[in-house]
Design a binder for this molecule. Structure first.
Ligand code: EPZ
Length: 441
């Protein structure tokens, strides 16, 4: 298996270009099949989630041609199946967007329950509520979600009981070709919701209000192909902002929408970080010590839950006691136990984690518990003294394109190493026969 080996202590300096938004890409690729035509999607991130969702389309009969590392062409004219396979669906959360896309195009769909990061229970009741409101019959048996709308889909009002990105996206996908008006109330407002709406409209749909609490969708009978470029990844950009702040470096992040970063920028400035905003880039630097702060995660435009592990890594060396209250997921602190192995002083009580700043972190063996928890390990390793070995890096590579290259490009010392699968003992999480000079304590 592959691991990252990080030599801490470097201040990041230089510039990093952010890729396309993962959470927009994994919704826009399924949405392309609603056109029943050829779509060209640009500024895609080179991550395994994009590969997997593209493979799902191919398995259903679509043709996906890779034009370059960030551009694909999707021809869904011959798409002829509405049954997604288990082995692909369970690799990621967003495979369930095939429900809305297939239901919207064909009036039926069979998709296995999705995979993705584990933060406790991740229900799909709001998705099913939306599909039923549009006239679909829903079923869940042996882990397969089935949808059938034998009389076609009719527009409806769908008041969400909880602000859900996934449910908002899935209902949009099903509604664009339904007969009549659909109104989604308490809709999610993330940048990737707006990006999806813009893509759907470029294919001839009629979606208004994306980015507000109320999205109105007037069904259209026909849609057509389009060429579309995905927005920059807000979370990737935020991750590098925090890496620069934590290492006391000075980096310019290119291909970013400063407006999308507001909640993150505000918190970092509260911690004493200097941020300069330009049209499509931001410069992050720090001269004094990091100061403690308190964060509560909430749906956009609040502080993003997908940024809280990375923020925890910075809080670990901030002067004073910081706290994170997780307002979205029931259990998103699994990574804290791994941070503690690097010397982080933290305690978790339910949805609140407290971090007491320490002078320094020390390198050790840790694992990526999930996508953003893995990013937190990398940031903590960049500030730790000595070497840190990070395993289960597949979590990280699902959602961050060329993470190592981009960090090495601004002075980080990280390399990827292949070790035998039994290199780590299940019991201790350390290398078998671990000795003093391997860097763990
Ligand atoms: C999306 O997950 C993102 N994933 C997550 O990012 C992100 O953390 C989350 O939105 C919140 O922003 C993708 O876009 C692929 P939700 P999703 O539905 O759609 C509850 C990352 O790191 N809920 O907005 O699954 C749910 O339990 C990943 O990129 C219901 O109760 O999240 C949670 O408490 C991790 N019933 C809250 O809503 C439902 O039917 C928000 O979930 C659906 C959700």
């Amino acid at each position: 298996m592959d691991i990252f080996v990080v030599q801490g202590g470097q201040k990041l300096k230089g510039s990093i270009t952010v890729g396309g938004a993962k959470n927009a890409a994994v919704a826009i690729i399924p949405a392309a099949i609603l056109s029943g035509d050829i779509c060209r999607i640009e500024n895609l991130p080179t991550i395994s989630d994009v590969e997997v969702i593209s493979k799902i389309l191919v398995q259903l009969g679509a043709k996906v041609k890779r034009i370059s590392s960030s551009v694909i062409e999707i021809d869904s004219r011959e798409l002829n199946s509405t049954q997604v396979s288990q082995e692909l669906a369970r690799n990621m959360r967003a495979s369930y967007y095939m429900l809305g896309a297939l239901l919207g195009r064909f009036g039926h769909a069979r998709v296995p329950m999705p995979g993705g990061c584990y933060f406790g229970v991740r229900p799909i009741d709001q998705h099913l509520k939306g599909f039923e409101a549009l006239g679909a019959k829903t079923g869940l048996r042996d882990g397969i979600i089935s949808l059938t709308a034998k009389d076609g889909l009719k527009g409806a009002c769908v008041p969400l009981d909880v602000v859900s990105v996934g449910a908002t996206i899935n209902i949009m996908l099903a509604a664009v070709r339904a007969k009549g008006l659909t109104v989604i109330e308490h809709a999610a407002k993330e940048p990737h919701i707006v990006d999806l709406a813009n893509f759907l409209n470029s294919m001839g749909a009629d979606v208004r209000g994306a980015g507000t609490d109320v999205i109105k969708i007037r069904g259209v009978s026909k849609m057509h192909g389009a060429t579309y470029s995905i927005i920059p990844d807000q979370i990737e950009a935020g991750t590098y902002m925090i890496a620069a702040a934590a290492t006391g470096g000075d980096i310019t992040i290119k291909n970013v929408t400063p407006k999308h970063m507001e909640s993150i920028s505000k918190k970092l400035m509260e911690m004493g970080v200097e941020i300069y905003e330009y049209d499509d880039s931001m410069r992050i630097t720090r001269s004094g010590p990091l100061k403690a702060c308190n964060v509560t995660t909430m749906p956009h435009p609040g502080f993003p839950t997908d940024m809280q592990p990375q923020m925890a890594a910075a809080m670990s060396i901030a002067k004073g006691v910081s706290s994170i209250t997780e307002g979205v997921w029931e259990n998103r602190f699994q990574y804290v136990e791994e941070l503690k192995k690097l010397g982080v002083n933290a305690e978790v009580q339910g949805r609140v984690a407290k971090f007491t700043g320490v002078e320094k972190l020390i390198g050790n063996h840790v694992k990526a518990t999930d996508l953003r928890g893995g990013a937190a390990m990398v940031i903590a390793a960049l500030i730790a003294e000595g070497e840190t070995y990070i395993r289960e890096i597949y979590h990280i590579e699902r959602g961050y394109e060329q993470l190592i290259d981009k960090l090495v490009g601004v002075g980080a010392v990280i390399d990827r190493r292949t070790v035998p699968d039994d290199f780590y003992s299940e019991k201790t999480g350390k290398p078998d026969g671990c000795n003093a000079d391997c860097g763990c304590n």
